[in-house]
Design a protein around this ligand. Structure first.
Ligand code: ATP
Ligand code: MG
Ligand code: MG
Length: 388
């Protein structure tokens, strides 16, 4: 469908699923990451680059081989991308380096959204990593408050809940030497997410609003659609679209939000790439988030409705398969039960198991949420559940 080659910075599971979508459209992809990374395993080419997406020389090697560069992770070296753009003016880079730069610093990201009139959780920069500074923030925000690393955060690993004054020393130790900001505690009733894709022409499309349930800061389950009112869901889609419109450039974005008890929505954060909360789209929507991204960065058609649910009564649950905490590979038992369960599909990422590592996911797609929940109960090993 497109004779150009896409280079992907990062070869994890998101890169792997971009490769799958690109392959179906006969679009060639080349990966920059460690040897045998998940995206390289399913893409037998000699062209892949072994190296780091934070290293200019490695990105330059990739640039020699591709026409378009995209990312599966926002923690890339943006200055290197800017230099690549100058050296290889014909290469298109999406998301735009300026967008990645704004988003990869979660505090700058919030400031940017505020400037564009988008509601976000209250936050302030931590000017100095000291007990005195955090005490001042505690006085202003009250306890608990959330202390976050501005950069290189994922799966909550850059976050610390400062429950009261006595946690300040622990927080400073946990996040030592990282650039920090603080967020007011958000007493949300639900966490929601919306995938939004923007075409090269600048048109934005929202996927349906979904509900995400986290365990230990890691996405555990996604309910699609979210179990909220239609008005709330539409409001979330509009907010997500407006937020994405504030960042230039095309591609897919994952927008995480909090729903407050009074119905208000606040944006938590945005990812400039495919997102865990969008894995359900592979089986539940007309076009997956991965294909939508490929279409966006190559300028392929994106007709009205292409991000909709596949049918008017689609109900889906996505379960993340994490490495078992005690026994290596025990998580495969969950996958086996999913294989026994009609209306569910298993995706494994080709990684070596480690406790809590994202090893794969399972999509259950059916016509009612209660039916999906029954299937989920069996898959999760609930002893009273039988194969639905
Ligand atoms: P991701 O893997 O999504 O990139 P992350 O490391 O960037 O995660 P956040 O999304 O900032 O982390 O936070 C992780 C989780 O912590 C959120 O999904 C939410 O459950 C909780 N959380 C974050 N900020 C707040 C807040 N201000 N108040 C209450 N809970 C919060
Ligand atoms: Mg994040
Ligand atoms: Mg998050």
């Amino acid at each position: 469908m497109d004779g150009r080659t896409i280079g992907i910075l990062g070869g994890g599971q998101l890169g792997r699923m971009i490769v799958e979508a690109a392959h179906r459209l006969n679009i060639k992809t080349v990966i920059l990451d460690a040897p045998q990374s998940p995206a390289k395993q399913i893409n037998a080419l000699d062209d892949h680059v072994d190296g780091s997406f934070t290293d200019y020389e490695s990105i330059a090697k990739l640039a020699e081989k591709v026409d378009i560069i995209t990312v599966e992770i926002e923690h890339v070296d943006v200055d290197a991308l800017v230099r690549i753009q100058a050296k290889f003016p014909k290469i298109e880079i999406y998301p735009l380096p300026e967008t990645i730069k704004l988003i990869q610093d979660k505090y700058l990201q919030k400031q940017h959204l505020i400037q564009h009139g988008i509601n976000v959780t209250d936050s302030k920069a931590v000017l100095e990593n000291s007990a005195e500074e955090l005490n001042k923030i505690g006085d202003e925000y009250g306890f608990p408050f959330m202390l976050k690393s501005r950069t290189l955060a994922y799966d909550g690993r850059g976050n610390f809940v400062v429950k009261d004054q006595s946690y300040i020393a622990k927080a400073l130790e946990f996040l030592a030497n990282r650039p920090l900001y603080a967020e007011k505690w958000c007493p949300f009733t639900k966490e929601l997410a919306v995938m939004v894709v923007r075409s090269i022409e600048g048109e934005v499309f929202a996927y349906p609003t979904v509900e995400t349930i986290h365990q230990n800061n890691i996405c555990h389950l996604v309910y699609a659609p979210a179990r909220i009112t239609d008005t709330e869901a539409k409001k979330a889609e509009l907010l997500a679209k407006n937020a994405v419109k504030s960042f230039p450039g095309c591609g897919i974005f994952g927008v995480e939000m909090f729903l407050l008890p009074n119905g208000e929505l606040l944006i938590n954060e945005i990812a400039p790439r495919p997102h865990n909360s969008g894995h359900y789209t592979i089986d539940a929507c007309v076009t997956s988030q991965f294909e939508a991204h490929v279409r966006a960065v190559t300028g392929l058609p994106m007709p009205q409705g292409f991000t909709d649910f596949a049918t008017t009564n689609t109900n889906a649950i996505m379960l993340n398969v994490l490495g078992d905490k005690q026994t290596a590979n025990k998580e495969l038992e969950t996958c086996r039960r999913a294989l026994e369960t009609p209306h569910s599909s298993v995706y494994l990422y080709g990684k070596t198991t480690r406790p809590e590592r994202k090893m794969g996911h399972i999509n259950i797609v059916t016509s009612s949420m209660s039916d999906a929940e029954n299937r989920l109960a069996y898959i999760m090993g609930n002893s009273s559940a039988t194969i639905p």
